[in-house]
Design a protein around this ligand. Structure first.
Ligand SMILES: NC(=O)c1ccc[n+]([C@@H]2O[C@H](COP(=O)([O-])OP(=O)(O)OC[C@H]3O[C@@H](n4cnc5c(N)ncnc54)[C@H](OP(=O)(O)O)[C@@H]3O)[C@@H](O)[C@H]2O)c1
Length: 324
């Protein structure tokens, strides 16, 4: 078998996180050598990385913090490409938005991009979010198809204290500006809610949404539709966008838009013993979140049933929820 990445060295920021761990696994299995940045290589929450197949020979962990340019630059030096994934992803209300969210997301992104330019990498694939795409008042009146032309309204985020989407939007905008000025090849990926099995031992924010649904405590009253993508399919999208020379600009990465009530019904039919939250049966705002551009490049994704089953079974096995 020919391994695509044989010998190539790439950097993955925030390597120990939910999405990044799956990407590191995929890269290592494809023959890449990986420089993974983590805040603390000796923290137990990162030990899963060391047990991945080929990690012993091909994974090097670098201690790096998004606001410490030198630490990022050391990890990126000598790399052919960079996957910028690290960003705070809060699971509860942010109390100090500037320090906790805004500065690390924006300045961290610029630090990674500058270090990438300095290292003359071939391409940076950066993870943004649909939170930078479609958070605005009154949508989707103007159009039912949401594509890569859409941008979140930052003022609306400020008014609603949605600091995560505020920061992701500015980080992506500033990243784009920097790439235009410097000539850096930057591809931006905007995933929706990422679910699926976890490789890391600690619960990340999006997996905790599923835990709260299974515990019946997630408030779905204002969510008539859910946009869902499997973590393994996002990882494969990132690698596809790195590999394909013709990939350019921005890509929405979303597999399914489902009625929240249908999703709860599906979960209930698979796992009948949990107490599920009520979800609206009427859709208040209908839309199509289009991942056409990514599909045109050849992106494939799992069924929602497979993704959901693997996610819930993992949560049970890891003891993060009861068996119901
Ligand atoms: N999960 C989703 O539903 C979703 C949807 C759309 C976009 N995204 C984006 O996807 C990316 C990965 O998210 P995820 O769900 O995998 O979250 P995650 O598991 O929380 O991973 C985030 C990673 O970023 C690192 N990080 C945070 N602040 C940092 C800092 N100041 N310096 C260095 N590293 C820092 C974290 O390190 P520590 O472990 O040390 O905190 C962690 O490894 C993020 O950019 C997120 O915005 C996620």
């Amino acid at each position: 078998m020919v391994m695509e990445g044989k010998g190539k060295v790439v950097c993955v920021t925030g390597a120990g996180g939910f999405l990044a761990s799956w990407l590191v696994k995929l890269l290592l299995s494809d023959g890449y050598r990986v420089h993974g940045t983590v805040r603390d290589p000796n923290d137990e929450k990162n030990t899963h990385l060391k047990t991945l197949e080929n990690a012993e020979e091909n994974l090097r962990l670098f201690k790096a913090e998004l606001l410490d340019y030198g630490s990022l630059s050391a990890a990126i030096a000598g790399c052919e490409g960079v996957f910028h994934i690290a960003c705070p992803v809060p699971s509860s209300k942010v109390t100090s938005p500037e320090n906790e969210m805004v500065v690390p997301a924006i300045d961290g992104t610029l630090n990674v991009l500058k270090a990438s330019s300095e290292a003359k990498v071939r391409r940076v694939v950066m993870v943004s979010s649909t939170g930078a795409v479609y958070v605005k008042p009154g949508w989707p009146e103007e159009d039912k198809i949401i594509d890569e032309e859409w941008w979140t309204d930052k003022e609306f985020c400020k008014q609603t204290e949605n600091w995560y989407c505020f920061s992701k939007t500015i980080a992506e905008e500033k990243g784009l500006d920097y790439a235009r000025e410097s000539g850096l090849d930057l591809v931006r990926v905007c995933p929706c809610l990422i679910l699926g099995p976890m490789l890391q031992p600690t619960l990340n924010a999006s997996s905790s949404v599923l835990v709260r649904i299974l515990k019946g405590v997630e408030d779905l009253t204002s969510h008539s539709l859910l946009d869902i993508v499997d973590v393994r399919d996002v990882a494969s999208a990132l690698l596809l966008l790195y590999d394909k020379a013709e990939a350019t600009g921005r890509y929405i990465c979303s597999s399914y838009t489902v009625k929240a009530s249908d999703y709860i019904d599906m979960l209930e039919s698979m796992y009948p013993n949990y107490k599920y939250p009520k979800a609206p049966t009427e859709v208040d705002r209908d839309y199509v979140l289009s991942a056409e551009k990514l599909k045109q490049l050849g992106w494939k994704y799992r069924t929602l049933e497979e993704s959901t089953k693997d996610a819930v079974d993992h949560l049970i096995k890891a003891g993060l929820i009861s068996e119901g």
